[in-house]
Design a protein around this ligand. Structure first.
Ligand code: HAM
Length: 436
């Protein structure tokens, strides 16, 4: 019968198949290890949030809010969104769940899927996963540096090479408006040469022009005034301290005065994590600009707490793209052992033996021995083929006669030597054999 429809995963989403799970497990493990090492505790928030949480937090005119949110009305009439990122949800939880009363700063991490309606391409998906880190309740620049250092630590513990951080300061509501005006003046004078999007951006968010990837805007961008030159004393000192801490930690970084990031909530430090060698890879500077994907990014967002709670809540954080990390792990040939590595194969012959094998399988598993089986197969030949394929060290064969006599055949797969062992003693014997 022909199926009514050939279903496919929605565009821009994908299945994580068993052969890839080892990479995902490894990334989760490393993130947990780094996060705990720095005193971060795990938080999980709902995938759905009030859609306004994101538009208020990120800014109405950001790409994510304008074009990329999965927003819908529920049967009850609420307008909700699939979260495009974690930061607003974490700040919402911090305010809502009384974490303001906990010892500050509150350090949280998460591993979670995010949803953005983007044009899918390599490294850019409609459902992606982030490892997020947030330090809430402290404005000290040492936390900006620590967050950046943690991103590097995750990469290093995963065995990645050539990681580099690009960093900038976006100033604060005191110094940014004057820079914004200066920047708008600069681009307005050159408006006819801007791309269509930038002409629009110029009206409501001139800072975003610095983020434009279109070729025609690159040259104009290169000569635009720098925000760093316009920072107020407080932002200047804060940024200087962050860089000094990074130097102290020997974190590799480069100043990028055009780094602006995609959300309005950022203040002071912003950064992105890249692979250094991508700078050197073929193609012109321009094509390189267009194709470069950040492995992670973040910064300080002292303005967000005020939007959500009415009070000043300084904070800093980062999000690391798990798909992109895994892409680099594969590209750089990081070797990860398979998650499922059975040591013993249990083969059986005949109905009585099969019944007995079931219990033996449980005993072996309980004692911590990883056992493979093909209980559904009757032929011993087919089972031995499976044992070979599984790459086990030992194969146990329980035939009808052995099952009746209370013994089992144990075959060493390396030497081919075979011996009969009492069923009662088999767990102990295998454990000793595996130890060797
Ligand atoms: P973001 O830069 O939008 O920041 O995302 C963080 C990382 O998630 C990116 O650097 C990238 O690796 C990955 N990523 C983002 N979008 C996609 C996509 N469509 N497909 C694949 N990977 C993607 C944030 O989301 C902020 N919440 C980070 C932050 C935390 N800032 C402060 N605290």
């Amino acid at each position: 019968m022909k199926p009514k429809k050939q279903f496919q995963a929605p565009k821009g989403t994908f299945d994580i198949l068993p052969e890839d799970q080892k990479y995902w497990e490894k990334v989760r493990k490393v993130v947990k290890h780094v996060a705990l090492g720095y005193g971060f505790e795990r938080i999980d928030t709902p995938i759905l949030e009030d859609a306004e949480l994101f538009s208020l937090s990120e800014g109405e005119t950001t790409d994510v809010v304008e074009k990329q949110m999965y927003t819908f009305r529920t049967k009850g009439g609420d307008v909700v969104a699939l979260r495009p990122e974690g930061t607003p949800s974490i700040m919402r939880a911090y305010v809502e769940r009384g974490m303001t009363n906990a010892p500050q700063p509150v350090k949280l991490y998460y591993l979670a899927p995010m949803f953005r309606y983007e044009q899918p391409q390599a490294g850019r998906y409609r459902q992606h996963h982030q490892a997020g880190l947030e330090v809430i309740g402290d404005q000290n620049p040492i936390y900006d540096a620590q967050i950046i250092s943690m991103c590097i630590a995750v990469g290093v513990e995963l065995g990645l090479k050539n990681l580099n951080v690009e960093i900038n300061s976006l100033g604060c509501p005191k110094c940014r408006p004057a820079y914004r005006t200066q920047l708008a003046r600069y681009f307005k004078a050159r408006a006819p040469r801007l791309c269509k999007d930038c002409k629009r951006r110029l009206k409501y968010n001139p800072l975003r022009l610095l983020d434009c990837k279109e070729e025609q805007c690159q040259e104009l961008k290169a000569n635009a005034p720098n925000l760093i030159d316009s920072l107020c004393q407080e932002c200047h000192d804060h940024f200087k301290a962050v860089l000094e801490y990074l130097d102290e930690l020997a974190v590799p970084y480069a100043l990028n005065p055009h780094l602006v990031r995609g959300f309005d909530y950022y203040t002071k430090t912003v950064f992105e994590l890249f692979l250094e060698d991508e700078h050197a890879e073929g193609g012109s500077e321009k094509t390189h600009e267009r194709s470069r994907l950040a492995l992670g990014g973040g910064g300080r967002y002292d303005a967000l707490g005020k939007i959500l709670s009415g009070k000043d809540v300084p904070a800093a954080g980062a999000g690391i793209g798990m798909e992109r990390l895994i892409g680099v792990m594969k590209k750089q040939g990081v070797k990860i052992p398979p998650l499922y590595r059975p040591e013993v194969f249990l083969a059986q012959l005949g109905a009585f033996a099969r019944k007995k094998s079931l219990k033996l399988f449980e005993e072996l598993r309980h004692s911590g021995i990883m056992v493979a089986e093909s209980f559904g197969k009757d032929s011993i030949k087919a089972q031995l083929r499976s044992a070979d394929r599984a790459g086990v060290k030992i194969t146990l064969i329980l035939g009808q006669k052995e099952a009746i006599d209370g013994v089992i055949l144990m075959r060493d797969m390396e030497t081919g030597a075979q011996e009969s062992v009492e069923l009662e003693k088999i767990v102990k014997v295998i454990k000793e054999k595996l130890k060797k």
